[in-house]
Ligand binder design. Sequence first.
Ligand SMILES: Nc1ncnc2c1ncn2[C@@H]1O[C@H](COP(=O)(O)OP(=O)(O)OP(=O)(O)O)[C@@H](O)[C@H]1O
Ligand SMILES: [Mg+2]
Length: 425
Amino acid sequence: VDLAENSLLNKLIRNSLVESSHHVEVLQRDPSSPLFSVKSFEELHLKNELLQGIYAMGFNRPSKIQETALPMMLADPPQNLIAQSQSGTGKTAAFVLAMLSRVNGAEKSPQCLCLSPTYELALQTGRVVEKMGKLCVNIRVTYAVRGNRIPRGTKIEEQIIIGTPGTVLDWCFKLKLLDAKKISVFVLDEADVMIDTQGFLDQSVRIQRTLSKDCQMLLFSATFEEAVLQFAEQIIPDPNIIKLRREEMTLTNIRQFYFLCEHKADKYRALCNVYGSITVGQAIIFCQTRRNAKWLSLELTRDGHKVSVLSGELTVEQRAAVIQRFRDGKEKVLITTNVCARGIDVKQVTIVVNFNLPTNLLHYLDFETYLHRIGRTGRFGKKGLAFNMVERHNLPLIRSIEEHFKRGLSFLDPDDMDEIEKIDY
Ligand SMILES: Nc1ncnc2c1ncn2[C@@H]1O[C@H](COP(=O)(O)OP(=O)(O)OP(=O)(O)O)[C@@H](O)[C@H]1O
Ligand SMILES: [Mg+2]
């Protein structure tokens, strides 16, 4: 799985903040100093044009991570911060706000530097800067990314630079476009993706070393493996650390069924009978292979269903477009293989069908993938139905699901329309 691609896809398909029911955990650099958190943007005493920019984006109040992160980021003297919270909880918006509020628009030279893992992710962040800073007329942003060729010795006038580590290094040392000593806010975004990319770790460290002692340093990650934390602590001196735990997936609201099927045609009939018997909103169907997915989409199309297929040969943009159309309800059925759907959130569906159960190389059930396919996150999760199509020889897989998750799965006969009709949700 390409982490940068996944991160980009999630941003392209997301239309709102991801809520969290957890509390933010805080580890302060100076535990004796009071801890502030804000419930409104007004409390931050921002420049008026910035406050208006935030409201124009439709933000009414700070997200959970922002409540704590923003006062720390905007404090005087500046404090360093390491922040972790899952994708979509408002990290980017938080540091963009910090950059915009610290920048001096009257001074035409780089003051904020943000590192991103890829060109596309850099652009995404830049768009947020442009939107939020729409009314900050003197503040501009530019991109230090491969392809943006700027001659040696050019005077960069934009105050906010967003770039990938390699090109930023070139701008600093080879082309001398950027004086890192003059940077007052340094952001390392998507640290988890960064450390996954060959060379970025060392390059980021080299950039960080050339910054001045009073430069504010901020690091963000959507995950918090030990390696990310180690890297973070290596690159951010004397940090405050804040964490918002990920919402756990649960099967609490999900009713799970299995159809006993002899072969592919049985599975298909079971699927059609589900469609014939209950009102299906939107459904995702998981297949084992791309070939299977293709076959199924042809069958369903022939029977008059509007389906879309998410598969590995599509580019990121094409995949984003498929998911977007599905999310907009243009297609009611999304067929996919596991490879494509991992890590991508399309959780508004009410029905998930495992045309093939997810198994590992040893043909044991892959519980994590199963949970990820059909599970929902606690408090904000909706109800749902999950249908598993299994051959007789795979029945032990069903038993292992029941045992592992301590929940029963109800048996269904592919041909028993009456039973299927009784399912209500
Ligand atoms: N305070 C807020 N109120 C409402 N919406 C918000 C708020 N902050 C951010 N958002 C929106 O929530 C979504 C996610 O925000 P953002 O991109 O900042 O999250 P993130 O934590 O950086 O995610 P990722 O880890 O994927 O980069 C965006 O659509 C953003 O516009
Ligand atoms: Mg982000």
